[in-house]
Unconditional design. Structure first.
Length: 292
């Protein structure tokens, strides 16, 4: 059941911003992964999406998510739900957004998605990183800006999670030596790219199929190498071929970009090791062996 103090805060906000005579018609608990509780809120002014969590357990989680959603939305390239309210009520933090219903894909869905992502990736910044830290799932993500991609990827992405996983006895000793070898090789492996605005966690669960358009949700944004987002789409099987063809038509990639998919996916695999344990270690090691 939705906490009374959250309902009151949301009702007061919607009566002020939408309709002073708004009627609360109910709420429905909906799935939202393993981190947050989520609700579809039904009112006389329409439906809304509400995510809730402990205000002290993951400090700044929804503030970072709302900033990420707004930055993606501001590009005007792909649809992103509008953030309506991000605040706390009692011991709870929550994020209120427009509700986007899932609908059957229209023709050309994945081609449109690929073109939109390519256009989003043309948004650049002065450095690799971001002007604030955020989260990927429930893991704090440092975005300290770096002038070059290789040190950012090593020091702000791989190394911190590698240390955390090793300290938690989730990785064998020889993995550290393998990663040290990889770190020496990375600058010679990767092509030069400008910083690109990334979704940061782009897998099948983090977009909504809403008719003919993809709607991005649950971002972990930063400015990075654009191949990272494309690699993440392939972590659990890959998107439709039309997605990649349309992307490359809109924003051409290096011909051998797929050879680096396993390299970029070392980061989300380390995230999965931290979240779900040793079952992801064999896949991490298999990817690592390709590059060192």
């Amino acid at each position: 059941m939705l906490q009374p103090e959250i309902r009151k805060t949301v009702e007061d906000f919607l009566r002020t911003s939408k309709d002073p005579d708004l009627k609360w018609l109910g709420e429905e608990n909906v799935g939202c992964g393993s981190v947050n509780a989520a609700w579809r809120v039904r009112t006389s002014a329409g439906d809304f999406f509400l995510k809730c969590n402990d205000a002290f357990n993951l400090p700044g989680l929804f503030e970072a998510e709302s900033r990420g959603l707004r930055r993606l939305r501001d590009t005007g390239t792909l649809r992103v739900p509008q953030v309506l309210l991000q605040t706390t009520a009692g011991e709870n933090a929550f994020l209120l957004m427009e509700f986007v219903p899932a609908r059957d894909e229209g023709d050309g869905f994945f081609a449109g998605f690929g073109r939109g992502l390519a256009r989003m990736h043309r948004n650049t910044w002065k450095a690799f990183g971001l002007d604030h830290c955020n989260y990927i799932s429930s893991i704090r993500q440092s975005n300290a800006p770096r002038g070059d991609w290789a040190p950012f990827f090593i020091e702000e992405r791989l190394a911190p999670l590698l240390k955390s996983a090793f300290d938690a006895d989730l990785l064998p000793q020889n993995v550290l030596k393998k990663f040290d070898e990889l770190f020496r090789r990375i600058p010679d492996i990767i092509p030069v790219e400008q910083p690109a605005l990334l979704h940061g966690d782009l897998w099948y669960g983090n977009f909504i199929r809403s008719g003919g358009e993809a709607v991005l949700i649950d971002p972990a944004i930063y400015y990075g190498h654009r191949e990272v987002d494309l690699a993440m789409t392939k972590l659990f099987g890959g998107f439709h071929p039309d997605f990649y063809a349309a992307y490359r038509e809109e924003f051409p990639l290096e011909e051998n970009w797929e050879e680096r998919v396993g390299l970029w996916n070392l980061y989300p695999l380390l995230v999965h090791v931290m979240l779900f344990g040793e079952e992801y270690v064999p896949r991490l090691l298999e990817s690592l062996e390709r590059y060192c």
